[in-house]
Design a protein around this ligand. Structure first.
Ligand SMILES: [Zn+2]
Length: 613
């Protein structure tokens, strides 16, 4: 970073720190912050970065005032020249930065020039000048720098006095350049606002008429499919849905539009929606009832196209599409399957009193069935991450399984989850173990594409929900490095081999791409076995938990830390649902699920689609 740029950042940080938070409206929701949360299922997401996490958070809190997304910040130079400061990823060069931030790899040479021909390295931030930025990033930068700006009554209202950094000497030329892409538009903006010259009169807001604005600044009235209308009231922006005949609030509205799945979160969100919509009794809603969903609760695909979260997701999708898909082996010969039956020891996972089953033993039996089927395939090697010392992985043909609390994570030494203890260590040790096995396979010459990681689970969701759901590692939820610290871990050989891991952008994109393909194959297997598949977005690249202040978005820890490129966490069933729990309790039901998984693995590796194992 140039000294001037550094100074600008320091000034911005100092200013942001000095101004009391109350003087600013809430900034736009940052695109997908990887917020770890305290959850026991799936893959506890809390505190994985170890003891220093809290301090890190405090430091980040100050430095992030101008952060658009992790590692990307707005720079203000000379009071008015905007640019982005970008921390390059491992493997980035000017071509990849130009493609990501400029929208065209052809901008690589002007970008290199702007950075004084310096090589791109992760330790040094690169600068992306305003004129090279794609409109989406210009929009995100201005929303970050001026969080109180908004579209009102046909124009974008810009208040230069409400910047989150030191901004000065800004004339209408800059404003026109920032919001319309053309400085020359300043005269028309001056006329529209009744200003007599190129300066913004002190204390005035500038209104930029809709037709002149860069596309992202122009709001859409509703979703493209016409299902949702967008609006704003005194409490903030919302999406509005008209209840159709026969639709239920939970399944047709809350679960569909918020992405929430867990019973308490669904209820809480339903309460928030009812309150916002002025509905006293949600059991008595007429067809056509207008329901207002606070935008902060709305899942990405249903957000307005110019919502910062949606823009970040769209940019990410574009990158993912452009990423290459590595060639996969065309058969199962030489394939290694890392099989993680999710829970073990005192950690029995999800349980349903109503249906009398619990996750650990039923899913372990299912995993043993998957292993048994895979063992029949010539050339496949199965590696179990959880071990049952006494019985081994032996399939049990019983409807009521005994509760076994002796199974251990197969680390060195073995790890037994203790009663009353956090399940966190067990979760983390499973990905440490997976990485240890993977590294050993790589040393033996096994290609990355010949290995898959399957973590099998059963979820406890709202009881109306049925069917399999697969979590995959979304690229943007696993930036940075991951590792846990502490004496409790240092006794494990797998931990000592590599206490922390990090992934380059190319690796994360590859992982997401391969994992999506594997997830699709497994769900196709479910369909071929006529087993239920979750109705809304059965493949998810992150988990959403909680409502409002406790909202968290993250990738399950076993997927986040695992180095195996193709990795999925399969929620085989929802044990709160009558159909699903009956399937999981029934030995032939578990066998069908196992067949579905093995069909998936086979078709992923180019075998005949949907072939009977
Ligand atoms: Zn689980």
């Amino acid at each position: 970073m140039k000294p001037a740029a550094l100074l600008a950042v320091l000034l911005a940080v100092a200013l942001a720190a000095a101004v009391p938070a109350a003087s600013h409206a809430a900034p736009p929701a940052p695109p997908a912050p990887p917020a770890p949360m305290d959850d026991d299922e799936p893959g506890s997401g809390d505190g994985e970065n170890g003891v220093d996490e809290e301090e890190d958070e405090i430091e980040r809190g100050l430095a992030d005032a101008l952060e658009i997304e992790p590692g990307v910040r707005v720079l203000v130079q000379s009071g008015r020249d905007l640019a982005l400061s970008v921390e390059p990823d491992e493997g980035d060069d000017y071509g990849s930065l130009a493609a990501r931030f400029g929208g065209a790899a052809g901008l690589a040479s002007p970008l290199r020039e702007a950075n004084g021909d310096a090589p791109v390295v992760p330790e040094r931030a690169s600068e992306i000048p305003w004129k090279l930025l794609r409109n989406e990033y210009r929009y995100l930068a201005l929303r970050t720098l001026f969080p109180r700006d908004a579209f009102r009554d046909g124009a974008w209202e810009h208040d230069p006095a409400q910047a989150r950094a030191l901004v000065y000497h800004v004339g209408l030329w800059q404003v026109a350049d920032w919001f319309t892409g053309k400085g020359e538009n300043w005269q028309e903006i001056a006329r529209f606002n009744g200003f007599t010259g190129p300066d913004v009169p002190p204390g005035r807001v500038v209104r930029i008429p809709a037709p002149m604005l860069l596309a992202p600044f122009r709001p859409a009235a509703g979703s493209v499919d016409g299902v949702l209308a967008y609006g704003e009231d005194a409490e903030g922006p919302y999406a509005e849905y008209s209840l159709q005949k026969g639709e239920a609030l939970y399944s047709a509205v809350i679960i569909r539009f918020t992405g929430l799945l867990h019973p308490t979160a669904v209820l809480e969100a339903a309460d928030a929606v009812a309150k916002r919509s002025g509905i006293a009794d949600v059991t008595k809603m007429p067809t056509g009832q207008k329901l207002k969903l606070p935008l902060e609760l709305v899942a990405t695909p249903y957000l307005p196209e110019n919502d910062p979260r949606r823009i970040a997701a769209t940019l990410d999708e574009g990158e993912l599409e452009a990423a290459p898909l590595p060639a996969l082996p065309r058969s199962l010969k030489g394939v290694h399957v890392l099989l993680d039956p999710g829970h073990g020891g005192a950690d029995i996972g999800a349980r349903s009193g109503r249906h009398g089953i619990w996750e650990s033993d039923y899913v372990y039996d299912l995993a043993c069935r998957v292993g048994r089927l895979l063992a029949k395939e010539p050339g496949v090697t199965v590696h179990y991450l959880v071990r049952d010392g006494k019985a081994g992985c032996r399939v049990q043909d019983a409807r009521k399984l005994p509760m076994n609390r002796k199974r251990v994570v197969a680390t060195h030494p073995a790890h037994l989850n203790q009663p009353g203890a956090s399940t966190k260590a067990g979760v983390n040790l499973r990905w440490y173990l997976a990485n240890s096995i993977y590294r050993e396979l790589r040393r033996q010459g096994v290609s990355p594409e010949s290995v898959v990681f399957l973590s099998l689970h059963a979820d406890s969701l709202h009881r109306d929900l049925s069917g399999a759901m697969v979590y995959i590692p979304g690229d943007r939820y696993r930036r940075g490095s991951y590792g846990v610290r502490g004496e409790s871990y240092s006794r494990y050989a797998e931990w000592r081999e590599a206490p922390s891991v990090s992934f380059s952008r190319a690796e994360r994109l590859r992982d997401e791409k391969l994992s999506t393909k594997l997830a699709q194959a497994i769900l196709d297997g479910y369909r071929a076995e006529k087993l239920p598949v979750h109705a809304e977005e059965p493949i998810r690249d992150h988990i959403v938990r909680g409502v409002r202040g406790r909202r968290g978005v993250f990738v399950p820890a076993v997927l986040r830390g695992t180095e195996v490129p193709a990795k999925v966490l399969l929620e085989t069933a929802n044990i709160n649902n009558a159909t699903d729990s009956a399937l999981l309790a029934d030995p032939p039901g578990r066998e069908r699920m196992a067949r579905a998984v093995v069909r998936g693995v086979r078709s992923y590796f180019g075998g005949k689609r949907g072939q009977q194992p």
